[in-house]
Write a protein that binds this ligand. Sequence first.
Ligand code: UT7
Length: 331
Amino acid sequence: MESQKKRKIKITGTGFYAPDKILTNFDLEKMVDTTDEWIFTRTGIRERRIASEDQATSDLAVEAGKRALKNAGLKVKDIDLIIVATSTPDTIFPSTACWVQKGLRADHIPAFDISVGCTGFLYGLILAEGMILSGINKRILLIGGEILTKVTNWKDRNTCVLFGDAAGAVVLEESDDDSGILSYYWRADGNLGNLLSQPGGGSRIPASVQSIAQDLHYLQMKGNEVFKHAVKCMGEAALEALKSAGLKREDVDYLIPHQANIRIIEATGRRLKIPREKVYSNIHKYGNTSVATIPICLDELHKADKLKKGDVLVLDAFGAGFTWAAVVYRW
Ligand code: UT7
């Protein structure tokens, strides 16, 4: 399952899109019984972006995809597969990836979604590696897009302060040098499914007047328990992936964890004994955008010229399922 191969795939373009509308902690003070101080000290979040009523996940994903293609110096015709990671699809079917394909006018390349919770972007990288190195595809557009605020219960202060909307994208192709994915580690545990879920609207509890009256179409979470598993799982994933790459924690230039909570991010850094300045975080600006957090971090670091050739990155995430994964990447 884990790999350290000579042939690698690499990221040749990055991009992200976040809606313009900003919801601050002070705005939330007017909506539920909370304070800016509680939210910031418990989560590290100051503000988050909110999609407009007429925006769906594919709208954000199309924009992020266009930006990644532009950054790679490529046109839509240059890609041969679209993978979208999301837990908030435009529609249960067709897949969001098909709406993205339509939006990009990427006729008629294959397109599909993966549903892995917040770990979706990393599962997507691992999947893309397999597709490219096996010769099935040459150039893949991988997008993580999410509008969690449309499945958020705005009366539940335990969850509504946490999430934001955005999409992040990368273009992937076979590496012609030393850069690219060095190793990965991925796991899932369906026994923990009830800790974080959107119970209604699927085939277990189809949407009905009753399911809506019971708020089952909203995201539900046992925050404390998710927190504990998150730190443990992300620590395990990063260490195993580093071991598989034959690297040590001292070799890491940036740990880029899923941005769920600044306390989870910092605890993961401490567990891995990676100094705080090497642990990237932008959660104060965007909140938890699920599958979009890691590609947004990558794009920010890339565009700010903070990534030097040869830098070792550890991308590390956990999410609903439970799923967790880490990817070690040489820039
Ligand atoms: O991508 C994965 C998605 N999810 C996550 O990563 C979430 C992981 N979990 C967390 O980030 C944290 O568990 C939370 C931020 C959700 C909660 O932080 P916590 O330190 O675990 O707080 P808690 O749930 O133990 O709650 C402490 C207190 C409670 O009050 P009492 O019972 O002590 O009186 C809560 O009712 O804080 C209260 N509380 C709030 N107070 C003000 C919960 N939410 C709020 C709020 N404002 N928004």
